[in-house]
Design a protein around this ligand. Sequence first.
Ligand code: NAD
Length: 377
Amino acid sequence: MQIGVPAETAAGETRVAVTPETAKKLIAQGHVVRVQAGAGIAAAAPDAAYQAVGAEITDAQGAWGADLVLKVRAPDAQEATQLRPGAVLVGSLNPFDREGLQRLADARVAAFALEAAPRTTRAQSLDILSSQANIAGYKAVIIAANEYQRFFPMLMTAAGTVKAAKVVILGVGVAGLQAIATAKRLGATIEASDVRPSVKEQVESLGAKFIDVPYETAEEKEAAEGVGGYARPMPPSWLERQKVEVAKRVAAADVVITTALIPGRAAPTLVTEEMVRSMKPGSVIVDIAAGRGADGISGNCTLTVADQTVTQHGVRIVGETNLAALVAADASALFARNVLDFLKLILPKDEGLKIDLEDDIVAACLVARDGQVTRAA
Ligand code: NAD
């Protein structure tokens, strides 16, 4: 099969869906891999590295016109017209974007959105949300440490003692857990909040303190259990009590990292302007949910501006929306391995393309086929 790897064109996108490592494996399986010139350059994978493993370097048309196209980001309107009818497209295709999915249906391709894979043990190796959120959690802390004009660790020096930074993490999914682990390695003291009760033990096992907001009604408890591992919107009664507890911690914090998301909905507001005003000058907020707020600009913090770093009430607020792209080489390496693992399901060894809808992962990821949107999230 001819496999095309177009260069990513979205602003700030540095990742690539196939690395020389995964290209080599696909070529060993008998496929022809065509990489658009320069597609891997921002991820430290120059054309020569692909050529060294037997891939062909081609132009955009050569990559988009393949039987199977592998992408990090969904194609834009112009790119979608370059797909060949009957081709297969695999990538992060945003299953909540109805218009984008319709575009893929109109292009008459079979499209697989890897974000739609179930959060099951079998799907772990192809889980792009986890691999990329892990990187985002790490990078958020590194950026915070860079913006923060003090040390993270406690230091006892001849010139006096420096206190450890107080870090508050709001939302402890994959990104939040990695943010805790990274901040811990840097020597910070950490408190964290999440709606899901199962998180408490994970937070404590990483050496952080869980901000407990007990559930007072059966409705609160049921909502907190979430669905399929994901959070659901919490009742206002619980959110009000969480706000009181979070406000106290934010006022005392040096660094706040917010990661709270609810699939298919606007990111919840957890840090208000009033809370930002209560923070010390020089404090830092890194909002991983930037651009996911109800207005499409803010995030978990109302003062966040997507893709900008702003200073409000003396607090630096970082609204980077694609943190994984700032660790381009490893983000690509993990993404490409996720893609390769998914391909094992639709391109079984020594067989051609096989779309088996009995397979729960294949069925969940298939978002367009034969001119129809098959599954919008
Ligand atoms: P996510 O990115 O959808 O959300 C981030 C976090 O925000 C979640 O922990 C969520 O509970 C939290 N959140 C939502 N509203 C909040 C609020 N008001 N206040 C505080 N926190 C709030 O989550 P994710 O990182 O994609 O992880 C989702 C779940 O999937 C987790 O339970 C994770 O452990 C699980 N998971 C399972 C697998 C697997 O088994 N294969 C793989 C990856 C993740």
